[in-house]
Structures are given as structure tokens and as C-alpha cells.
Design a protein around this ligand. Structure first.
Ligand code: URA
Length: 231
């Protein structure tokens, strides 16, 4: 981790503050003053600020139920960011592991552990994401087979990974994916001549969404570990 980031993660200082502290020679790594913000700090590095030992805060992990018309971004744009829903300290350190579109609702994971989220969202780890999809036309009889075989999405050169389709009724299906390409669910249904009317993510790995829309909770250590099995 970069030294300036390490300071943010172990104090209440911002990145801009960290830059000043480092440039003023107030930060010592392994008994040597370091003036470079990009200096790499490792697990066993001993870092002090004005002589006081710094240790990073433990990582944080949250599950959040994204409502309609909020975005999975760190900053507000046309719609507000879902991070506004989290009334916790140091929100700017958090990021979203696996984004949803503004008009998609459901399960979103939020963390400051970049390694965990990278592994969780990597298609190599085949972590299941289950979406409830409402369609504008009845589901076609060959849809399950086409999704199982993989679809060539417009503008892409590789087939989608095998996906499972469970038909609830002609206009409602559950789709299980193990990857997360851009607008993947909507593009898969478009490719088979249908259209997604509404989309809701209800499960990631073994974690079912269990909080109300607009609400969140911390993950338990067991849930974090279970999701790390994919990592
Ligand atoms: N696929 C989509 O098309 N949109 C989402 O928000 C998530 C998956």
C-alpha cells in the first residue's frame, strides 16, 4: 500500500493531509524519514507519525439494499450514490464490489478491502450472482439452452460463461451468472429478442439479501470468510 494511503487508513487524515505530513518529514518508515507519498508500505513495515506508531483500521464489509434511482459510484452524478445511505465514518475509503445500474435494485457489497472485492468480482472465481428479471415478452423455450451454451454479446469476442435460467412464470425468471460484464443481464435478454423491464439482484455467493430497500448492515466475519472462498 502507498504510504499516503496507509496514513489515511490509520488516522483521520485525508490524502491531502498525508501529503503535507510526509513532505514535512513527520513520517518515519522502518526508522528512516520518507518524503515520497508513493513509498510502498508492507505488512511488516513500522510506520510512525511524530513518533507515534500507526496501525491500520480493520477492513469493513457491508451489504446494502440498493433502491431504484441511486448509483453505484463514489460520487453523486445524475442520481445520488448509494454510499450516501451508509452513515459510517470515512465513507470515501469505501468502494462497491460489483456495481448495479441506476434502474437495478438489490444486493450490493461495499468494502474498503480492495483485494477481497477484486477476487470476488473476478470471473475466474465463478461467484454466483442471482438476478430476478421481469421481461417485456414471455420467455422463449430455447432461452435456458442458449444461456447455458453462452451468448455472443454485441461488440464482444468471447461467449458469456454458462448461465442458469429458472423460469418462475412466462414473464419472470431467475438468472444466475458467474461474471459481471457491462449491463450483462439486459444485453443477454436483448440478444435473444427480449427486453428487461425490471432487474433485482437477490443473492451473491451464499449471501441472500435480507435488509429492506435503502437499508444496510455489516457482514459477519463468517459471511466475509464465506464470500472469500470464491477469492
Ligand atoms: N446486468 C445488468 O444489465 N444490469 C445490472 O445492473 C446488473 C447486471
Amino acid at each position: 500500500m502507498r504510504l499516503d494511503k496507509f496514513i489515511c487508513k490509520s488516522t483521520h487524515y485525508t490524502l491531502a493531509d498525508a501529503l503535507i505530513l510526509i513532505e514535512r518529514g513527520r513520517v518515519v518508515v522502518n526508522e528512516a524519514v520518507v518524503l515520497e507519498v508513493s513509498h510502498q508500505v508492507h505488512k511488516n513495515s513500522v510506520v510512525t507519525l511524530d513518533g507515534a506508531l500507526l496501525t491500520t483500521r480493520p477492513f469493513r464489509y457491508f451489504v446494502l439494499h440498493k433502491p431504484m434511482d441511486m448509483i453505484c459510484s463514489n460520487v453523486d452524478e445524475k442520481y445520488p450514490s448509494v454510499l450516501n445511505l451508509l452513515d459510517v465514518d470515512q465513507v470515501t475509503e469505501l468502494h462497491i464490489a460489483g456495481r448495479l445500474d441506476a434502474d437495478t435494485t438489490g444486493l450490493v457489497l461495499v468494502t474498503d478491502d480492495g483485494h477481497w472485492s477484486f477476487n470476488l468480482t473476478s470471473p475466474k472465481n465463478r461467484c454466483e450472482k442471482v438476478y430476478q428479471v421481469r421481461l417485456s415478452r414471455p420467455i422463449s423455450s430455447d432461452a435456458a439452452k442458449r444461456f447455458e451454451d453462452g451468448i455472443l454479446l454485441q461488440g464482444e469476442s468471447s461467449l458469456t460463461l454458462p448461465a442458469k435460467l429458472h423460469i418462475v412464470d412466462p414473464y419472470t425468471v431467475l438468472l444466475t451468472l458467474t461474471e459481471g460484464r457491462f449491463h450483462q443481464v439486459k444485453r443477454m435478454f436483448f440478444a435473444i429478442g427480449n427486453r428487461v423491464k425490471s432487474l433485482h439482484r437477490q443473492r451473491i455467493g451464499g449471501l441472500e439479501l435480507d435488509v429492506d430497500s435503502g437499508h444496510w448492515r455489516s457482514l459477519t466475519q463468517a459471511e466475509v470468510a464465506a464470500l472469500s472462498v470464491h477469492a
